[in-house]
Design a protein around this ligand. Structure first.
Ligand code: ADP
Ligand code: MG
Length: 753
């Protein structure tokens, strides 16, 4: 029995259908040796294909025993069968079993690689065999484009290329004309020189001249078994050297590369699901934070900018340069406004944008020969908040052109602001402190430009002025420095006032004298109090409108510095690059020993029911859509990958192990997922840039780590679908694994794409 490579003892095979059990083989006893060229014939349905597939280790048998090289196989598990097929079987089926999308050459090379041959060796062997079957000229043609005779020659070339001891051909000439059939039979006969060749045919005369043995089947049983001529004397068995190397990436490439349109469809599908997951989950995540459903209440801080953080020292002492440096070193802090109070004062310099001039016709009248109307300016809610020259982190350059302001009346303009040399008329307005018509109007000269931020940046002394103005009460007043370029400079110790102010002077000066004064030159001899002498002027202070005139006193610049020098803000305003960092930055600054607050958080305390309901709705929609997308991905992916089932079946017949097949599916899905994420991510980004509101908001507020979560969820959905794709592929391609599922031996079903 040792020289018998295959021995069958009472082999039975049943097909268990939905209605009935069909007998495929009804007790077959046969034995085969290498060197034989066996022709099996019989009527249609007599069990020829069943026998061929059982011998090939493709179909399981239920009864009896099949011995391979003397060893029983009934205990084989799926892995044993895989090895059996990979190392011993070359199978040629009526429907060719070639990969239609791959080239002629690739079809042969892939078989050689799968049987463990090295890459270079495989190329050489493929050439030799393709020349033998006269297909070398057509090696670059896609297999689908071949004629049926050429296709069958290719499938034989592939079977011959594999150095397996058993070659089984199930009606290989079924679709061919006589001339092509003869060529095929000839090739098979040659192959039988050193292997066992089993040919299933219903055209026995074709093989009659070359076959060494003829077996006839009927109703799943052997009717006759006739020797025709002596078998060949085969040489020693060549056991091919197997290289240990993973073929999964190669198979993945083979599956994808031979289906360009399919691959593009799948890539687009993954891009779509990535886009959907990114968009829906992203919007979902940013809506988990419900701060946007609260309305901002400006009573504590008029300026409730989301990116503003107010910092002060624990003991209320003024900040030093060291404090500034420490705060600027905090990550995502993009600038520091040393004069914290300034940030709550609005300034208006563009008529129609920041302020409106309202003419009051009812208060018109005639004065002498002149007709007049009264008018006043009102500052819009949208007017910007004031800022002095900010400190930037990491030694970043603030000034772009010109110079920094050297006195109160000089400013630097940001992008979109006025240009150097221009004079702007600016109204200051502190919404929380001053009544709406108390606007201080002053003229400023633009001396520098910056590429940073927006609007204009004031001199540090404007900060001091606004600070004293903000602290002003009904009974106090504040100072304003005179423009050093004024035509009539004020002397030390004098101030400008109107007749009306003069009347009030006594009352005002009492209060004024309680202010701290640091410059000894301002003091008159013998007293510790300052006396400012009003310079008599018949007209009111020209450049000041609003703020009850008698409470704003214009002094010369030196006096102003002396009088306000003690005003150092213990509170600074930080601008952070994104609201999303608020919690992290607040925590860090507090741990550094400061008091830090987000004015926006502080003010946003009243939830708006409509906004809250809208948020809940957004959350629900996003979650539903997300689940739908993931479900869709899982279901559709299985359908999309089902086109590979036939190729996997073909590859499995030439030695592709289920492990490699699984890995190749996983590779494909992984690579498609990553590609999809790149394309989907780019699409999300483009939507954000083109003003899709929710996505734009999401891109701005979604911190980077969450991007990983988005990719992770999409990847998880892909892996889950990969699992199902692999399971359904395995069920169909590797029926010997697990349950005994039967292959459909349907005749002439070519893999179609
Ligand atoms: P042949 O190749 O000689 O035409 P088969 O081996 O294909 O015959 O079929 C033998 C018997 O098994 C037939 O009765 C056929 O109907 C049945 N059969 C083959 N394949 C299946 C299958 N997948 N499910 C159920 N019955 C099958
Ligand atoms: Mg058949």
């Amino acid at each position: 029995m040792e020289d018998k490579i295959l021995v069958l003892k009472d082999i039975k095979k049943y097909y268990t259908g939905a209605q009935a059990v069909v007998m495929g083989l009804a007790g077959v006893d046969l034995s085969f040796s290498r060197g034989e060229f066996v022709a099996i014939t019989g009527e249609s349905g007599s069990g020829k294909s069943t026998l061929a597939h059982v011998l090939g280790g493709i179909l399981p048998y239920e009864n009896g025993e099949m011995y391979f090289r003397g060893s029983p196989t009934s205990h084989f598990d799926s892995l044993d069968w895989e090895r059996y097929r990979r190392d011993n079987i070359s199978f040629i089926s009526q429907n060719y079993g070639i990969l239609p999308g791959a080239t002629v050459q690739k079809n042969v090379v892939s078989a050689l690689l799968l049987s463990g041959m090295g890459r270079r060796e495989a190329q050489g062997a493929a050439e030799k065999i393709l020349r033998q079957v006269e297909l070398w000229e057509l090696r670059r043609r896609r297999a689908a484009k071949l004629s049926s005779g050429q296709k069958q020659r290719l499938s034989i070339a592939r079977a011959l290329a594999k150095p397996a001891p058993i070659l089984i051909a199930d009606e290989p000439t079924g679709n061919l004309d006589a001339e092509n059939s003869a060529k095929i039979i000839e090739l098979l006969a040659q192959a039988a020189k050193d292997r066992l060749v089993i040919l299933v045919t219903h055209e026995f005369p074709e093989a009659e001249d070359l076959a060494t043995r003829h077996i006839v089947l009927r109703d799943g049983q052997v009717v006759t078994d006739t020797p025709l001529r002596p078998a060949n004397e085969p040489g020693a068995i060549r056991t091919p050297q197997r290289k240990k190397r993973s073929m999964s990436l190669y198979v993945a490439g083979l599956q994808t590369g031979s289906r360009p349109i399919w691959a593009a469809t799948v890539a687009a599908f993954f891009a779509l699901t990535a886009f959907a997951v990114f968009a829906f989950l992203g919007v979902f995540i940013i809506n988990l934070d419900d701060t946007s459903t609260y309305r901002y209440d400006s009573s504590a801080f008029p300026n409730g900018s989301k990116t503003r953080i107010v910092v002060s020292t624990l003991d209320g002492s003024p900040m030093t340069q060291e404090d500034y440096n420490a705060l600027l070193a905090v990550r995502e802090v993009s600038s520091l406004e040393p004069n914290g109070y300034v940030t709550d004062v609005q300034y208006a310099y563009r008529e129609g944008v920041d302020y409106q001039v309202v003419v009051n016709h009812e208060q018109a009248g005639t004065w002498g020969e002149q007709h007049y109307v009264t008018s006043h300016a009102t500052v819009n809610d949208s007017a910007p908040y004031a800022q002095t020259i900010p400190l930037l982190p990491g030694g970043r350059e603030f000034l772009g052109a010109g110079r920094l302001p050297e006195n109160f009346y000089e400013v630097v303009a940001g992008p979109g602001g006025p240009s150097i040399g221009q004079t702007i008329h600016v109204g200051f307005y502190a919404p929380a402190k001053w009544s709406y018509d108390n606007v201080v109007w002053l003229d400023f000269r633009v001396v520098g430009a910056t590429g940073w931020g927006r609007g204009v940046y004031f001199h540090e002394s404007v900060g001091r002025f606004l600070m004293s103005a903000m602290q002003m009460t009904q009974t106090t007043h504040c100072y304003l420095p005179q423009d050093p370029e004024a035509a009539e400079p004020l002397e030390k110790g004098t101030f400008l006032c109107s007749d009306a102010e003069k009347e009030n002077l006594n009352r005002v000066s009492e209060v004024m004298l309680t202010l701290p004064v640091t410059d000894p030159e301002l003091l008159t001899q013998g007293t510790t109090e300052l006396t400012l002498v009003a310079k008599d002027r018949s007209s009111p202070i020209k450049s000041i409108h609003g703020l009850s005139n008698n409470r704003l006193l214009m002094v010369n610049a030196e006096n102003f510095d002396a009088l306000t020098g003690g005003l150092v803000s213990e509170q600074v305003s930080l601008t952070i690059s994104d609201y999303a960092y608020t919690d992290r930055i607040l925590e860090q600054i507090q741990s550094m020993g400061y008091i830090a607050t987000s004015p926006y958080r502080l003010g946003a305390t009243k939830q708006v029911p409509e906004l809250a309901a809208e948020r809940m709705q957004t959350l629900q929609i996003c979650l539903t859509a997300l689940i739908a997308v993931v479900a869709l991905q899982i279901v559709l992916l299985r359908a999309l990958f089902s086109v590979q089932t036939e190729s996997f079946r073909i590859l499995s017949n030439i030695g592709l192990t289920s492990r490699t097949a699984r890995a190749s599916v996983l590779w494909q899905i992984l690579l498609f997922t990553l590609l999809g994420q790149l394309v989907g991510g780019a699409a999300v980004w483009m939507c954000g840039c083109n003003g899709v509101k929710r996505i734009e908001q999401m891109l701005r507020y979604l911190p980077l780590p969450y991007v990983l979560i988005l990719s992770g969820v999409h990847l998880a959905a892909s892996l889950l679908s990969a699992l199902l794709v692999i399971r359904s592929m395995e069920k169909q391609v590797y029926p010997l694994a697990g349950k005994n599922r039967d292959l459909d031996l349907g005749e002439g079903k070519e893999e179609n794409l």
